[in-house]
Design a protein around this ligand. Structure first.
Ligand code: HEC
Length: 148
């Protein structure tokens, strides 16, 4: 009986070592110089997305309903607070709201005059939904960027 337990333990240990090895093999350790460079590149891409979202939001239809910099307007809610009525406020869900818009029957407030069209009525490129989500998200979250 005891022997059985020892064998089972040894088999389990061997399997876990195999899996750990496989996981290690998939993740090569990059030289510090390379990983720092990639991190800087990611931060730069994130900043570019937020800037692009800002420009679309404040020059396009979004600001007309949601106010300058999402501060809230008569036809669209404030997007700078942490209250979310259409989602949990995660980046992915904000992107989903921007993509699909908000149909009349889903409006949280029946007194609202207009529904929100998909993409706010704009003809957007695929990556621009992500940029808008990044910008809207940044209005109520720490962006990770210096000075914001
Ligand atoms: C015609 C007015 C209008 C336009 C234009 C518009 N929205 Fe909206 N937006 C709304 C309304 C109305 C809601 C739903 C509010 C509710 O349910 O209380 C909404 C909801 C949202 C939400 C969800 C807010 C929450 O609390 O969950 C996001 C995010 C959003 N809009 C982003 C945008 C972006 C980005 C654009 C531009 C691409 C845009 N909207 C354009 C009217 C508009």
């Amino acid at each position: 009986m005891r022997r059985c337990g020892v064998v089972a333990w040894a088999v389990a240990a061997a399997i876990s070592i195999l899996f750990v090895d496989a996981a290690d093999a998939q993740q090569p350790t990059l030289p510090a110089e390379v990983s720092e460079w990639l991190e800087r590149d990611q931060a730069r891409r994130w900043a570019t997305m937020i800037a692009e979202g800002d420009s679309i939001f404040n020059s396009g239809s979004c600001a007309r309903c949601h106010g300058e910099a999402g501060s809230g307007g008569r036809n669209g809610p404030d997007l700078t607070d942490t209250t979310w009525v259409q989602s949990d406020g995660s980046l992915e869900e904000i992107r989903r709201t921007v993509f699909w818009g908000v149909r009349r029957e889903l409006l949280s407030d029946p007194a609202l005059r207009f529904e929100m069209n998909p993409g706010g009525g704009l003809d957007l490129e695929w990556n621009q939904y992500a940029s808008l989500a990044a910008y809207v998200w940044s209005l109520s979250n720490e962006t990770g960027l210096p000075g914001r």
